[in-house]
Write a protein that binds this ligand. Structure first.
Ligand code: GLU
Length: 479
């Protein structure tokens, strides 16, 4: 039988890292077992669902490289089918109309609260007669459809991540609401637990992999599966992603949507690679920098941890920097170029842009670092305190004068790295100046401080953009 997995996002917000990781685990497992990865957009919460969010989720999946195998199913297209199944449950006596009003429910909650009990419906309308129903309806009362949950029923399943899970009917909050309120004999809009079962059955889903916050829903859904005589899929519940304090990662943790990660300059391959290890520890150690295809070969749901997975920025940054380092240079320089375009910075040539990309790639953590790190190559940086202090040292200005004289008299048109090294060596030897002083002085001239990227490589770039001489001169201006 074909193995079929799905992601069933609700388009009520931007593509969230938690949903992305669930998608990734589904995708990896589908690859591993030679199955299909499908999408169902659960857009029946009409107040909160937006088509922009659907687009954002699908774009995000594509960006991460998680291709799906069939046209996505839209849950809202299937409402009449869901209602037919509710009708079926009503007809066979597994469900019933419940006229309890919102006020009555609030009163019940209050009473339960006072007694320290968890909220639970008291199933008061489970056995209404036809005549009672008729009366309520003629009084214009609205009703929901409730699914009967036997207090004594035991629900057990083998979860691929957590092993055997047991629930009892009495812990499921009373009879389950299947549809929103409606008037007369109408059936209101179907709710999540009913729709998800009907749709997973329709899509022939064999494996349901979703977050652990759905465990109690699974217990309820298993009862619906049985009542409708549907074949049960295999369930797996993944651990939640936690922030550094061990709490569920939320909007308050600043970055939660995949767009934000992309905008900060994380590469899709790096983010996907990182997310795979977020809660999953492979049995064998194959290294940590792996493509999704490589991971899918030895990925297994049974190696996913039960405990929540702490989001670790350091690890993500490290993985991203590794991907930047091994990125094809032309591709990297094109990406960097986009940041420069935003800043209206123009490189003197394509070749220069590639050379700068080579210089920067080893120190970049995220692509956005390209802005800060390439800034001194486009804009003259001020001389910082440490630079000024260094220039107070008499040898430093003297060194800069020697370099300046050399450049002017030799009329060095194009200076490459070899030539730059040779100049430093020659001046050092001829004038008996320490190479360290020469280099630090140049660094202050170029960058305004004592730190920065490789000096010789940088000099080549400053020479090509014709700003090395002027940068040296500005340090000597007061002399
Ligand atoms: N729409 C549900 C959610 O986004 C789907 C849960 C499921 O996978 O069944 O949480």
């Amino acid at each position: 039988m074909e193995k079929r997995l799905r992601l069933a996002p609700s388009p009520t917000g931007l593509f969230h890292i938690g949903t992305a990781r669930t998608a990734l685990f589904n995708w990896l497992y589908a690859q591993k077992i030679g199955g299909k990865f499908l999408i169902r957009i659960e857009d029946t919460d009409f107040l909160r669902s937006k088509s922009e969010y659907t687009t954002n989720i699908l774009e995000g999946l594509k960006w991460l490289g998680l291709k799906w195998d069939e046209e996505p199913v839209k849950q809202s297209d299937r409402i009449s089918i869901h209602k037919n199944y509710i009708k079926k449950l009503l007809e066979c006596g597994a469900a019933y109309r419940c006229f309890t009003t919102e006020n009555e429910i609030s009163e019940l909650r209050e009473e339960q609260k006072k007694k320290g009990l968890p909220p639970k419906h008291d199933n008061r309308h489970r056995n209404l007669s036809k005549a009672d129903i008729e009366t309520f309806i003629s009084q214009g009362k609205t009703s929901v459809i409730r699914f009967k949950i036997d207090e004594n029923i035991k629900i057990t399943w083998v979860d691929q991540i957590r092993g055997e899970i047991k629930w009892q009917g009495k812990d499921l909050g009373g009879d389950l609401v299947l549809s929103r309120r409606s008037l007369g004999y109408e059936i209101g809009d179907p709710l999540y637990n009913l729709a998800v079962v009907v749709d997973d059955n329709f899509m022939n889903i064999t494996h349901v992999v979703r977050g652990e916050d759905h465990i109690s829903n699974t217990a309820k859904q298993i009862l619906i599966y049985k009542a409708l005589d549907f074949k049960l899929p295999i369930f797996s519940h993944t651990p939640l992603i936690l922030n550094s304090e061990g709490k569920k990662l939320s909007k308050r943790d600043c970055v939660t949507s995949i767009d934000e990660f992309r905008d900060m300059g994380y590469l899709p391959e790096a983010l996907a690679n990182y997310m795979a290890f977020l809660g999953w520890s492979p049995k064998s150690s194959e290294g940590e920098i792996l493509s999704l295809d490589e991971i899918s070969k030895f990925f297994d749901l049974s190696d996913i941890n039960k405990a929540g997975a702490k989001f670790n920025w350091e690890k993500l940054n490290w993985i991203n920097s590794q991907y930047i380092k091994k990125m094809e240079l032309i591709k990297l320089s094109k990406i960097i170029q986009r940041y420069w375009d935003d800043m209206s910075w123009k490189p003197p040539s394509q070749e220069w842009a590639v050379k700068l990309a080579i210089l920067l790639r080893d120190s970049m953590t995220v692509l956005k670092d390209a802005i800060d790190q390439s800034k001194p190559f486009f804009l003259l940086p001020p001389i910082e305190k440490e630079g000024q202090d260094f220039l107070e040292n008499k040898d430093s200005k003297a060194s800069l004068k020697l370099i300046l004289n050399y450049l002017i008299h030799q009329n060095t048109v194009k200076l490459d790295q070899e030539k730059a090294k040779a100049i430093i060596n020659e001046i050092s030897k001829r004038h008996n100046v320490k190479k360290g002083i020469l280099m630090k002085s140049l660094r202050v001239a170029f960058f305004g401080c004592l730190s920065g990227p490789d000096l010789v490589q940088s000099w080549e770039l400053f020479s090509e953009s014709k700003s090395d001489i002027s940068r040296i001169e500005r340090c000597l201006i007061t002399d």
